[in-house]
Design a protein around this ligand. Structure first.
Ligand code: ZN
Length: 86
């Protein structure tokens, strides 16, 4: 399993999204060349894991995404369909 730690957005640092899982439960983010997987734990609250270079963070994120408990978010993604390829 992965060690999750609270994510705190550093001031004046841009966080970009590289990939999201199908229902956005896990998001692969990066700040410059540092990548990590992010998940929401509540309104405005996040945890991160797998911080490091792209190959490491991507392998963590793809593993989490492949095994996640799918929860469709119809309101957030009106065109999202189960099993749809995009
Ligand atoms: Zn999903």
């Amino acid at each position: 399993m992965y060690e999750w730690r609270p994510y705190v957005q550093p001031a004046f640092t841009r966080r970009d999204v590289a990939e999201t899982s199908c229902c956005e439960e896990f998001v692969l983010c990066h700040m410059g060349a540092t990548y990590f997987a992010l998940r929401a734990t509540g309104p405005g609250r996040f945890e991160e894991t797998g911080r490091g270079e792209y190959a490491h963070a991507f392998s963590v994120w793809i593993d989490l995404s492949a095994r996640h408990d799918h929860k469709p978010k119809a309101s957030a993604r009106p065109n999202h369909q189960e099993g749809a390829v995009s």
